[in-house]
Ligand binder design. Structure first.
Ligand code: XMP
Length: 516
């Protein structure tokens, strides 16, 4: 396995991402945790030093242990990682000056082309390669044994290497999108390090099962199952590892989509043989939400009740000592860089925020090392149906935030039906997988219409569909007019209570994906 020592760069997780894409198993560890003993125990086959915000010229700035250089394994230093390497091995680093600082797109030109790390680069004949730089400090003198392989206007030592020791050090960031051939560089590095690229989800699954058994022993585990991809894969993996020691609680707050609760419970209980408690708490949630129309108040009520309800059911499970959570890798890394250290505060899962602190349970988080698409691949390995794994995200507060204004059972029923028709349309036209998220919001307005010979006075609804990579920014999906027209006709004909349909063409920002 490969070790990434994190010096606090904003893009460290992308290094892991690139390596996993190349089927190499790697782990990120903050530099504070990487001691001589840690290195010995971890026994990395190769090491990457990440970038970081600090200055090597500052006394007390982050360093790897000296023993890292004595393991005889290849090392790739990136940005701050390059500077650390040069400094530690006898070169010099100068603090930032405006004419040498580089931020953003830059071009490197090769000086030597013997370096294996560069094979595949500079192939377009232009003799230079686009990279992404973000540095104030720069290396002013390379360490003994190193040679320069490429330069850029602000970085005379853009790519340096000591080929005999397989130490490579680059000033730019090969892991980001704006270094278009960065992946080639990682590919060459891992080949140099002797990785065969055989890490697969199947191997991960076995390893994860072994680790869960080791952590949990004979204890009991509870898991809040929402039916979303993360909690579903977490539950399936735990079940494989510890069988009946796991109990899942599915909280039905009455704000789920058409048939959703039954489908989720049936799949896990009947198809996958998990022990699932179906907490039927619709009356409680809808009762507390009665007359409430402020979005934040809705969210707070639902969040608090969720914890109360989960706790109530968890208390019935004797001697539960662990809580399983579907925390993903980006969540972990985010909290590492925010808290800046080894005492990592794990960001609570959106849907079960606050659970671990309140309940005094130990956490088991088997997806901590995975990215979303890897979680999907693992779900596939575990036998979850493709239709389940590929589902659009669904927010914890459910339909409550798709029903602006007061929530009533009548409106929720209408909304569920309209949403089902809309999703059916999207699936029938083969568009489901192109869209990040699609749903209907029922609007707090009634409008006049005419159907047959009669007047109608019913709700208006808004259709929403967006493309996005991570939910942080989004654009509306460009449906054809035919599709929109056909869908509006179907919804109005098939769903009693709706007589007008609009399409929301707001991007995010300035809008958000959900309406509340
Ligand atoms: P917004 O509406 O903020 O949503 O653009 C971005 C993404 O997050 C989802 N979302 C939530 N997910 N609990 C969740 O688990 C929540 O409270 C919540 N609020 C929004 C939303 O569906 C979209 O995918």
């Amino acid at each position: 396995r490969l070790l990434i020592i994190d010096f606090g760069s904003q893009v460290t997780q992308l290094i892991a991402r690139r390596l996993r894409e190349l089927n190499v198993y790697c782990e990120i560890h903050p530099y504070q945790n990487v001691t001589d003993a840690f290195l010995k125990e971890f026994a990395p086959k190769a090491i990457v030093f990440s970038g970081g915000p600090d200055s090597v010229t500052r006394e007390g700035s982050p360093r790897p242990p000296k023993s890292a250089y004595e393991l005889g394994v290849p090392i790739l230093g990136i940005c701050y990682g390059q500077q650390v390497m040069m400094h530690d091995l006898g070169g010099k680093v100068e603090a930032g000056q405006s004419h040498t600082a580089e931020f953003g797109r830059a071009y490197v030109t090769p000086k030597e082309d013997r370096l294996d790390l560069l094979s595949g680069w500079f192939l377009d004949g232009s003799g230079r390669e686009q990279v992404w730089m973000s540095h104030g400090d720069h290396v002013s003198e390379i360490a003994p044994g190193f040679e320069v392989y490429a330069t850029s206007p602000g970085a005379p030592f853009a790519i340096t290497a000591d080929v005999s020791r397989k130490f490579y050090a680059v000033q730019f960031h090969p892991e980001v999108h704006h270094t278009p051939n960065g992946k080639t560089l990682y590919e060459n590095f891992i080949r140099e390090a002797g990785f065969t690229g055989d890490w697969t989800m199947d191997a991960y699954r076995e390893e994860a099962v072994r680790k869960i058994r080791e952590q949990v022993g004979a204890s009991k585990v509870i898991c809040a199952l929402s039916g979303g991809v993360d909690s579903s894969v977490t539950a399936a993996l735990l079940h494989e590892a510890i069988g009946d020691q796991l109990t899942c609680v599915f909280v039905d707050h009455g704000l789920l989509r058409l048939n959703e609760a039954d489908e989720v419970v049936a799949m896990f209980r009947d198809h996958m043989n998990l022990s699932v408690i179906h907490a039927q708490e619709q009356d409680l949630f809808l009762g507390e939400l009665e007359g409430v129309s402020d979005p934040e108040t809705k969210r707070k009520i639902i969040g608090k009740l969720f914890i109360d309800v989960f706790q109530k059911y968890a208390d019935q499970i004797e001697d539960a000592t662990f809580l399983a959570q579907g925390t993903l890798y980006p969540d972990v890394i985010e909290s590492v860089s925010f808290s800046g250290g080894p005492s990592v505060t794990i960001k609570s899962h959106h849907n079960v925020g606050g659970l671990p602190e309140k309940m005094g349970l130990k956490l088991v988080e088997p997806l901590r090392e995975l990215f979303k698409d890897e979680v999907r691949a693992l779900g596939h390995e575990l036998g979850l149906p493709a239709s389940f794994i590929g589902r659009h995200p669904f927010p914890g507060p459910g339909l409550a935030i798709r029903c602006p204004g007061e929530i009533t059972r009548e409106k929720l029923d209408i909304l569920r039906k309209a949403d089902a028709v809309y999703i059916d349309q999207i699936r029938k036209h083969g568009l489901y997988d192109e869209i990040w998220q699609a749903f209907v919001a029922i609007l707090p307005v009634r409008t006049v219409g005419v159907m047959g010979d009669g007047r109608t006075y019913d709700y208006a609804c808004a259709l929403r569909a967006v493309t996005s990579v991570d939910g942080m920014t989004a654009d509306y999906y460009p449906f054809t007019h035919e599709f929109l027209g056909e869908t509006a006709t179907r919804i109005i004909n098939e769903v009693k209570g709706i007589n007008r349909c609009t399409y929301d063409i707001t991007s995010k920002p300035p809008g958000t994906i959900e309406w509340e």
